[in-house]
Design a protein around this ligand. Sequence first.
Ligand code: CP
Ligand code: NVA
Length: 315
Amino acid sequence: MDINTYKAKGRIEHKHLLNLLDYSATDIYEILQLASSLKCAFRKGKKHERLKNKTLAMIFTKSSTRTRVSFETGIQQLGGRALFLSGNDIQLGRGETIADTARVLSRYGIDGVMIRTFKQSDVEELAKYGSFSVINGLTDDFHPCQALADLLTVYDTFGKLNGVKLAYFGDGNNMAHSLMLAGAKTGMKVYICSPKGFEPNPDITAAAQKFGDVTVTDSVEEAASAADVLYTDVFFSMGQDKDPKKESALMPYQVNKRVLEMADKSAVFMHCLPAHRGEEVTEDVIDSTQSVIFEQAENRLHAQKAVMCLLMGKK
Ligand code: CP
Ligand code: NVA
């Protein structure tokens, strides 16, 4: 089965979105099909107050532009409201535990909590102790919302997911992990092209390889050859210090015109953003007509609205 033949049921059997490991292909199709219809409605200016009076708390212990704005406007467009909780301003930043924070927020009738933070275990702990739905808005290990928005972008671009070759270049980070999982589950051919020492986590790679077609390589030619999507991300993720050794190891994995020419003629360039032009990608590629970076950024809104409806719309 692929996304084109899947008939949406309008529900998924999940309370949380923590990492996509426990999401099936059909769960992902449910999200993407709802996201497509919400995108259509958004374009036509149609309102869908599917989360009327629901409250989403948003905890950020790392910076954000897209995640914050797309979740906040997304819940408002669905008739709900958002509470922005900066990690520095709430007591979590002064040592209150995740478990106590979860138990307190549960007492106020919060319906969902989106959290962006460092440790994946903190997101899981929040889900364990809270009564609300938890959505992972990025950790050191995963960025599932971005991967879902990216799949929507691939689907909109190629009309399918099955068989699409996505080649990711650079640091084997949270983005690489979530793209491997989301791509493998939906029949994409995923190549992660990283220098030795900066490959994705081997346990996550092994998990993704059980679900589908995932190759980890250090050969730019092998990854880029006939690729439909060239994807990259920053050399240094939030929370990582600049390291000249890492920078020189990653420079040969930069997505530039030479790499673009190895890919399929109709290939697109993708980046989760924010980008560091001249580092992981050259200006001519990121600003080329093949670049779909702002479509990806917009799709955060639609994909996350779908996630919120499916997770928080149940109660
Ligand atoms: N791509 C992404 O998550 O962007 P922000 O860091 O701006 O939220
Ligand atoms: N890998 C990047 C993604 C930013 C959206 C980071 O974690 O900083």
